[in-house]
Design a protein around this ligand. Structure first.
Ligand code: HEM
Length: 180
């Protein structure tokens, strides 16, 4: 008999849903609004301020999540009944961690190269015409697209478990009654 819990710890569940919500909002607002505002627009600095603080909070929560991941007991991995799908599931989880961290790291990269901490937080200096010449800017845009794909895969897999395999997977993440 395994003495592993049937669901994730309260702290892991809270961090999971908080980070998921914050990342989806940052992807949506970053791509749909922030990137569309011209750097000469006076509103851009405020938009960047909000996005950067939001992104840094995601980074801090993600670090907490990693600590919890390795220190608090969690349920045994679920099986789909197919070894290859099980491996893909594990891989997607690892990539989700890596790409959220890469998103934050590349954002910090743009910020440092463009001198944004001074401009945005202290009001010293002016924004460059755009960020297009900065390598981390291209990475930030590409990682955002890959991250969206990973999130869609992750949601599709969770729904497959919940509704096709009917194994009440979501209860492990705090939604619905736990499996007996
Ligand atoms: C998980 C965290 C983050 C997410 C999901 C996110 C998402 C995005 C997205 C979707 C874009 C637009 C990409 C495009 O359309 O090509 C963007 C742009 C940007 N982000 Fe982030 N971001 C995050 C963290 C950060 C952090 C921590 C910083 C800086 C400290 C940052 C700074 C920027 C900057 C400077 C831009 C460029 C805006 C422009 O081109 O006008 N981001 N972000």
């Amino acid at each position: 008999m395994s003495n592993l819990p049937k669901r994730y710890s309260k702290i892991a569940i809270t961090l999971h849903w908080l980070i998921a919500t914050m990342v989806i909002i940052a992807l949506f607002i970053g791509g749909r609004m922030l990137a569309g505002i011209n750097n000469s627009d006076p509103e851009k600095v405020t938009a960047l301020l909000g996005h950067m603080i939001w992104g840094l909070v995601v980074g801090a929560l993600m670090l907490a999540r990693i600590v919890v991941r390795f220190t608090v007991k969690r349920p045994a991995p679920v099986s789909t009944g197919n070894t290859i799908l099980n491996h893909i599931g594990g891989l997607v989880h690892t990539l989700l961690y890596l790409f959220v961290i890469a998103m934050v790291a590349s954002g910090i990269g743009i910020s440092i190269l463009a001198g944004l901490p001074e401009i945005v937080f202290q009001g010293i200096g002016e924004l460059p015409t755009n960020f297009n010449d900065l390598p981390p800017r291209a990475a930030h845009g590409l990682i955002a697209k890959i991250l969206m794909g990973l999130i869609l895969l992750h949601i599709a897999a969770a729904l497959f478990h919940q509704f096709k395999l009917k194994d009440r997977l979501l209860s492990r993440m705090g939604i619905g009654k736990a499996i007996d």
